[in-house]
Ligand binder design. Structure first.
Ligand code: SF4
Length: 338
């Protein structure tokens, strides 16, 4: 069903060799699998503390100019409930690498959400122990997002000090093994990253047979070591989405908020390029602004209900419709042969 592209062919497409074919083929593949459906995922950014020091991220531990917050368990549950009442069928629990919340805390939150709401839970909690990851799957979480950011080992280990690329890949494989719908992704336009690197990354991401794949442009944050670097190219990010869609017809691919920070219409362009998922932040407004991975993230004065309305209209104006399903990746079912 999917078209095979060599790394060289991907590289040429990323350089703009045939945008017309690329975007038309991506649209065709997406329509064949998902029709006009777009899945919404509500993201609860419950802590902006992080023990890591990634060079590209405003939440890095070394950023002392950020107000840090943690939501209580009850606040997390109330936020998830509010998202559910707004019609969301997936709740994403996201934080920096913050080990303040222990295994049992997250287990409690997962169980409580599932006892109160008919939703799917996605975890995006960074690198946690195998025991924790397995335990949370048993508690009912069905998806885990862990972005790789770059498969270029030298860049990875430069920009994620003290971390090893192979360990991150092993964790992703472990998540798949214990039954999560597993998601990962890359940043496009990191300083030192070439188009060849990005082409190789898209190939590697596709080989992992993930259920969710995300690409977003690099946006320099002034309070990081990469603060004075140039941002990534949003058109290149759109081409990456289209290539990923062609290589991964059954995967869920978001039109990311990083892309949207280049202009309101970029989220719709992401959908036109082959994305089928939108992930609004539903974090309480009193702290939303402080989950600032990059400048522009979570800015604006809309409350969650207004933002959901705005995004629904954007989806409809782009010729799509918001699905009321839980939005599982068809890849999961094909893999099981059912
Ligand atoms: S990218 Fe993730 S792990 Fe790295 S500093 Fe940001 S929140 Fe922490």
């Amino acid at each position: 069903m999917s078209v095979n592209l060599s790394t060289r062919e991907i590289e040429e497409l990323l350089e703009g060799s045939d945008d017309r074919w690329l975007f038309e083929e991506a649209r065709r593949v997406k329509a064949a699998v998902f029709g006009k459906d777009v899945y919404f995922r509500g993201v609860v950014e419950f802590s902006n503390y992080c023990a890591e020091d990634c060079y590209y991220c405003g939440l890095r531990a070394g950023n002392r100019n950020l107000y840090r917050y943690r939501l209580t368990k009850e606040e997390i549950l109330e936020t998830a409930e509010m998202g559910y009442l707004c019609g969301l069928k997936t709740i994403v629990l996201q934080s920096g690498d913050d080990h303040f919340y222990k295994k049992d805390d997250i287990t409690f939150i997962i169980r409580e959400i599932l006892s109160r709401m008919d939703v799917v839970i996605t975890l995006s909690l960074g690198e946690r122990s195998l025991e924790e990851i397995k335990e949370w799957r048993k508690a009912g979480a069905e998806r885990y997002l862990l972005k790789i950011e770059t498969f270029n080992k030298a860049l990875y280990e430069k920009y994620r000090p003290g971390r090893k690329l192979e360990e991150r890949i092993r964790l992703l494989e472990y998540m798949k093994g214990v039954g999560y719908e597993t998601g990962s992704g890359i940043i496009v336009g990191l300083p030192g990253q070439t188009v060849k690197d990005i082409a190789a990354d898209l190939h590697r991401l596709s080989e992992l047979e993930l259920e969710m794949i995300a690409v977003g442009p690099f946006i320099p944050h002034p309070e990081t070591p990469l603060g004075l670097e140039s941002p990534g190219n949003p058109l290149l990010s759109l081409r990456c989405i289209a290539v990923l869609r062609i290589l991964n017809p059954l995967a869920n691919i978001p039109s990311t908020s990083a892309l949207a920070s280049f202009g309101m219409d970029f989220r719709a362009k992401g959908l036109e390029a082959g994305a089928n998922v939108v992930m609004p932040s539903i974090t309480p407004s009193k702290v939303r602004l402080f989950y600032k991975i990059y400048p522009g993230k979570n800015e604006g004065c809309m409350c969650v209900i207004e933002e959901m309305d705005y995004l629904k209209k954007m989806v409809e104006n782009a010729g799509h419709r918001v699905s009321d399903s839980k939005g599982y990746s068809p890849r999961r079912f094909y893999a099981k042969g059912s």
